[in-house]
Design a protein around this ligand. Structure first.
Ligand SMILES: Nc1ncnc2c1ncn2[C@@H]1O[C@H](COP(=O)(O)OP(=O)(O)O)[C@@H](O)[C@H]1O
Ligand SMILES: Cc1ncc(COP(=O)(O)OP(=O)(O)O)c(N)n1
Length: 502
């Protein structure tokens, strides 16, 4: 019977470097949504470069582990990996006969990727005897050859034919794996000799990932398959899911940077976006992801000229007029954030901020714009950047996600605060050094950047967006990242607009 969280036991060896054996199995089972357990057949001393030792505890102790688990816990699936020697194989076979778990996947491990032997020379015959007790057997191509007493297949067609012969011999489904063949493709196939002709082979294609981090792929594949089979009851459907996951795990393996040999695969590559985040971590991610755009803002002539006081008056007037236009639209986005807010604290914060925006807009018209009029006298036309920025905020408001809207409005606080703080600091330094011209034409404007009320509002806006991000689903988090990035781009374009359109 299919089970949502299957209880899966791995009977395998230990790899202390975490890439293969029970360590890989437990990660794979968890990655596929199962509850993982492990009975250890052997301890290896190994890393990504090779195996330096194997210690096989007495088989009676393996039986004790197996009995302890199966006498208490119902097992939905069992994966069998490294068995070390004929005595261990005997103990596992005897236990399987007594317990008869629902799903048994057997990976007939003989030799590690590094070339080291993981099964005693004289144990191949005993292993052959165990195969019939499995539902699915997953040999790699050299193992398939050894089990049939034939040379290793060198083509995919030969491999499939060998798979069919082994399936016939043992009365179980054989997974033929393409990992050991060259070329850009890396297919796998379920081969069931008992199925009607034409339905015996179910092939799942795959592309080959160009990486040397293949340590533990066979262990990971077999334990993930056991878990998925217990969830779905369908080998082909399970293989399709597992293969796509494994491909991602191979592709992301470089990120792990584990060891100098054949490194492990990244079992949890798909779950990265749902790992719990510490306070401030999501906001920091959004900030870090926009480092390049922010560097472009710092390098804009508008910022340098505002700082130096050399900004043409017409550009400053254009900037003020567009700021007033923007603040009016921004206030509406903040009012929408207030409407969507999950807590009263946030609802109040965004509502107050919306009101403050309108007050600042009024003040802009009353004092600044009257003192710095546009040559055209026109102050009520939205420039192209202002319009595009506000359209973006309207779209974010329309999504109906508080988290996405909080991310979209955040750069207006954060970028403005940081750029303003920089300008203000330099202004004060010049004043203290006596190098500031008393007649700095924008000195009074730069003074306004020092407002502690705005700095505090910025800190709170960051905190709220961060919390929304930490609580968000993976897809909502990526929508937030994109909304934040896009607003940051508009912040840059907004600072640059006067030089283009004034
Ligand atoms: N470079 C690769 N790119 C994509 N898939 C791979 C690669 N290497 C192995 N695989 C897949 O990993 C799984 C294990 O295959 P294989 O390497 O043949 O067995 P083993 O790890 O037991 O030696 C199979 O699903 C295979 O298709
Ligand atoms: C303890 C242990 N079990 C199995 C293996 C084999 O894994 P490896 O050959 O490295 O990779 P796959 O063949 O499983 O892909 C092992 N090394 N250690």
């Amino acid at each position: 019977m299919a089970r949502r969280i299957p209880r899966v036991l791995s009977i395998a060896g230990s790899d202390p470097s975490g890439g293969a054996g029970i360590q890989a199995d437990l990660k794979s089972i968890a990655a596929m949504g199962g509850y993982g357990m492990a009975a250890i057949t052997a301890l290896t001393a190994q890393n990504t470069r090779g195996v330096t030792g194997v210690h096989t505890p007495p088989p009676e102790f393996l039986t004790a582990q197996l009995d302890a688990v199966s006498s208490d816990i119902e097992l939905d699936a069992v994966k069998i990996g490294m068995l070390s020697d004929a005595q261990v194989i005997g103990a596992v076979g005897e236990w399987l006969d007594r317990v008869r778990p629902g799903v048994v996947v057997l990976d007939p491990v003989m030799v590690a990727t590094s070339g080291d032997r993981l099964l005693a020379d004289d144990a191949a015959a005993a292993l052959r005897g165990l195969l019939a007790k499995a539902d699915l057997v997953t040999p790699n191509l050299p193992e398939l050859g050894v089990l049939l007493d034939e040379p290793t297949a060198e083509t995919w067609q030969d491999a499939l034919a060998q798979g069919e012969r082994l399936s016939e011999l043992i009365g179980a489904v054989v997974l033929v794996k393409g990992g050991h063949l060259g070329g850009p493709e890396c297919p796998d196939a379920l081969v069931d000799a008992s199925a009607p002709k034409g339905k015996r082979i179910v092939e799942v294609p795959g592309t080959r990932v160009d990486t040397r981090n293949s340590h533990g792929t066979g262990c990971s594949l077999s334990s993930a398959l056991a878990t998925m089979q217990a969830r779905t009851g369908d080998w082909a459907a399970s293989l399709r899911v597992v293969k796509e996951w494994l491909l991602g795990a191979l592709a992301a393996s470089d990120e792990l940077e584990v060891g100098g040999g054949h490194g492990p695969v990244h079992h949890f590559h798909h779950a990265e976006e749902t790992v719990p985040l510490a306070e401030g971590e999501f906001a920091a991610r959004m900030w870090d992801a926009t480092a390049k755009v922010r560097a472009e803002i710092d390098a804009l002539p508008f910022v340098a000229q505002l700082d130096a006081g050399s900004l043409p008056e017409a550009q400053f007037a254009y900037y003020l007029a567009q700021d007033a236009q923007y603040l009016n639209g921004f206030s509406r986005a903040l009012a929408r954030a207030s409407a969507l807010a999950p807590t009263e604290e946030e609802q109040t914060f965004w509502a107050n901020s919306a009101q403050v925006c309108l007050e600042v807009e009024a003040e802009l018209h009353r004092s600044w714009l009257s003192r710095h009029p546009l040559p055209s006298g026109e102050t009520s036309v939205k420039g192209p950047v202002t319009k595009a920025y506000l359209d973006h905020l309207i779209a974010a408001s329309a999504v109906g996600s508080y988290a996405v809207l909080a991310a979209a409005v955040l750069p207006c606080y954060w970028i403005y605060a940081v750029v303003g703080e920089d300008l203000h600091r330099r202004h004060i330094q010049r004043a203290e050094a006596g190098t500031a011209s008393i007649e700095h034409p924008y000195g009074a404007w730069i003074e306004t950047y020092a407002d502690e009320g705005f700095a505090e509002a910025t800190r709170r806006a960051i905190g709220f967006a961060d919390r929304a991000g930490r609580d968000a689903s993976a897809s909502e988090r990526s929508a937030m990242m994109e909304a934040f990035r896009q607003s940051t781009v508009y912040e840059r374009d907004f600072f640059d607009a006067p030089s283009k359109f004034a």
